[in-house]
Design a protein around this ligand. Structure first.
Ligand code: ADP
Length: 199
């Protein structure tokens, strides 16, 4: 399988690029943010629990997020996909460890981690702009956005070292045309696939 992780701060373009990469490489797209928002829309207990954290710009507890992903590999295989693209996951080292476990159990592994690099000022502007149309309450309030970036710096950034240690991390400039960024991401995936292949 080709299992990709799109990594980067809120507003770095993970969702946009995941849509393109999933088509190109025939992957199942898993966005934990979208999964959580759909739980909220459906009024489930999980959604209710998650909403408070999300509205406050905080990460949802690991156990909740990890619990949603148990069936991902089977789901990808049943759907005839070549692998999975994770978008917004893992966001903590505990989540990265859980993912490693889950994939190993299923006889597969992370192929590469694509880290989108975007400066803080650009991120804030993009999120505020998205907030005008996204209907996401966490995209409109400047304090909530700041909190999310802070959560990213303290809890999510360490995940980059986790993958750097495993030689799986590739940094990609996330500012420029959407097409050019997609191309850079695809080139990075192809370079990794030719280097290591788990079949
Ligand atoms: P963005 O990348 O713009 O922050 P997401 O849709 O990925 O948007 O995430 C929105 C919110 O959902 C996060 O601020 C967080 O509260 C919650 N969330 C999403 N994925 C995770 C995760 N893997 N772990 C914990 N919380 C998450």
């Amino acid at each position: 399988m080709i299992n990709l992780i799109l990594f980067g701060p809120p507003g770095s373009g993970k969702g946009t690029q995941a849509e393109r990469l999933k088509e190109h490489f025939q992957l199942l797209h898993i966005s934990t943010g979208d999964l959580l928002r759909s739980e909220i829309a459906n009024g489930t207990a999980l959604g209710l629990a998650a909403k408070e954290f999300m509205d406050a710009g905080q990460l949802v507890p690991d156990a909740v997020v990890i619990g949603m992903l148990g069936g991902a590999v089977d789901q990808a295989r049943q759907a005839g996909k070549k692998g999975i693209i994770f978008d917004g996951f893992p966001r903590t080292t505990a989540q990265a460890e859980a993912l490693e476990h889950m994939l190993t159990d299923k006889g597969t592994a992370v192929s590469c981690v694509l880290s989108l690099v975007v400066d803080e000022e650009e991120l804030t502007q993009r999120i505020l702009k998205r907030g005008l149309t996204s209907g996401r309450t966490d995209d409109t309030d400047i304090d909530t956005i700041r909190k999310r970036v802070q959560e990213y710096r303290t809890k999510t950034e360490p995940v980059a070292s986790f993958y750097k240690d495993r030689d799986l991390l590739e940094e990609i400039e996330g500012v420029g045309s959407i097409d050019a960024i997609t191309e850079a991401l695809m080139d990075a995936v192809n370079a990794f696939s030719s280097k290591h292949s788990d079949g």
